[in-house]
Structure formats: C-alpha cells, structure tokens
Design a protein around this ligand. Structure first.
Ligand code: PMP
Length: 278
C-alpha cells in the first residue's frame, strides 16, 4: 500500500497535508528526488543522495538529516510502502513562513515529504518509440538543480502533447540540452553521444548509469555538444530517466529516426540496464 512520510509522521498519501504558507506552495522553494524501487531496494540510492545534497547546497538550504538518517528513513519508507516496483518521491521545501516574504526565514524548519507509490511494469514489447518535437529551451539557467518549480518543463511538455507529440527535445542557442523530464542520447555510426553536464541540464542519475554500462561494454561514447541538424541525422535517439529508464525515440518533428523503431544499440543498452537492476 502506498505510504507517505511527512516531517517524521507516517500516513496514507491522501492524508498528508501542509500549510498554505509552506514556501514550496508559495514560491516553489524546494528540491526533490525521484528514485526507483526494484525488488524492494532503492536503485542507485547513493547517487540520489549525492544529488540531493548538491541541490540543497545550491538553494542554500541546510539538510535536515545526515546521510545515515536519510538512508534509514528511505529504507523504512520502502518497507512500509511494500510496493515493488515503486517510485519513491522525496521533497524538501524551505518550510512554513508567515507572512509571505522573499527573504529566507531564519531558523524555519524544512518540510520533508516522502511518498512511495506503485510503479507500472512494462513488457519490453510495450515500449513504443516516442515522437518528439524540437523546442527552444527558455527555462532558467540552473537546470542542474532539481527544483520543484517545474512550470517551464510542464509548459513545454504540454505544448508538445497538444501538437501531437510525446515530448519535446530542448535546444539552447542551437545546442541540445535535454527533454522536459529526461536526458537525451543519440547514436551515429556506432558512437553514442550525449550533451556534457552543464548548468543548463539535470545531471541525470540514469544518464550516468547508462554511460557506465556502455563503458563497461566497450561501446564508444562521447559527451559533447549536439546541434539540431546532427540530432536529426542520428541513427538512434534515446531519452533516459528514472521513470523511462532508456526509452527509444522514433521520430523528431517530421523526420523518422533510423527506421522509426528501437535501434540495435538501444537493444544492447536496454539489456544491460535491465540486468543492472537485479
Ligand atoms: N532532466 C530532467 C529535466 C528531469 O526532470 C529528469 C528526471 N525526471 C531527468 C533529466 C532524468 O534524471 P534521472 O535520470 O535522475 O531521473
């Protein structure tokens, strides 16, 4: 059964309530992580804890817990949730402050929310390549911080859906950054390419995991800038995220990628990825 943890208390997710003066509600002033639970264990937990700390430091919010405390709370949430596979969502905001003010409150207590909810299981043949549309990345300049304020990502995603696509591939000054909720890889002539880490894109845990898997299998990889023309001429494109794992892209704008279905290198990386979950 799905479970929520709110500031030290356990409850059903629908019973978890926060104040309207929470800075997360008022300002989107908080950060989050989404983790996958496979076979009752949090996948790549340590990498998520590193990014969590990095996000907290970037928004100048002191972590309310030590790493050991986070591990204990997260593991208890997984046990109490008793869902597998599942998604564990962890959000920390700068807490409750009244009256509302842009100035950070001294000594306010961060609000900590964790939920564990059931995740759908997909058969491999249910993975249909996405149709993506290219769009201008007009988001703020700190896409590397996993902030809860996702208004631009939501606008771009929903524009793409309204135009008949599954998602958007984002370009900033002619260079690919990422998709609205995932990182992007392309394959050309057997070489896998992904944009380098920068302040304009999220340093995806799945991205790093995939790069490690490919390196271990001696598949050549490059982290470098990708233009729209280069992307459209790719043999394969994939997006990566905790929720999508490695997902093939079969079309960008009106251009079919490869033969429009999941490519041979995707098959390799998907097999490696599924094996790495065990
Ligand atoms: N980029 C963005 C904008 C995201 O929101 C996400 C996570 N949904 C990712 C990339 C992928 O990150 P991860 O692999 O850590 O889930």
């Amino acid at each position: 059964m799905a479970v929520a943890y709110l500031n030290g208390e356990w409850m059903a997710p629908e019973d978890a309530k926060v104040s309207v003066f929470d800075r997360g509600f008022m300002f989107g002033d908080g950060i989050y992580e989404v983790m996958a639970v496979y076979d009752g264990k949090v996948f790549t937990l340590e990498d998520h804890l590193v990014r969590l700390k990095r996000s907290l430091e970037a928004i100048r919010l002191e972590s309310p817990h030590t790493d050991d405390e986070w591990r204990a709370i997260i593991n208890e949430a997984v046990q109490k949730g008793d869902e597998t596979p599942a998604y564990l969502y962890l959000q920390i905001t700068r807490g409750v402050e009244s009256p509302r003010s842009h100035v950070y409150p001294g000594g306010s207590k961060p609000t900590v929310l964790i939920t564990v909810m059931h995740a759908p299981v997909l058969e491999r043949n249910e993975i249909t390549p996405y149709k993506m549309v290219t769009k201008n990345d007009f988001r703020w300049g700190r896409g590397d911080i996993k902030v809860i304020s996702l208004i631009a990502n939501g606008l771009l995603k929903n524009e793409a859906l309204d135009e008949g696509f599954d998602d958007a591939l984002l370009f900033r000054e002619g260079e690919l950054t990422e998709a609205t909720a995932s990182n992007v890889f392309m394959v050309k002539d057997g070489v896998v390419v992904t944009p380098p880490k920068s302040n304009f894109l999220l340093h995806g845990i799945t991205r790093d995991h995939v790069l490690k898997l490919l390196a271990g299998a001696d598949v050549p990889c490059e982290e470098r800038a990708i233009s729209e023309d280069e992307l459209l001429a790719a043999d394969e494109i994939w997006i990566t995220s905790t929720g999508h794992e490695v997902w093939p892209v079969g079309q960008v704008n009106d251009c079919v990628i490869g033969n429009g279905s999941a490519g041979v290198v995707w098959q390799v990386v998907d097999t490696l990825f599924q094996a790495s979950k065990k």
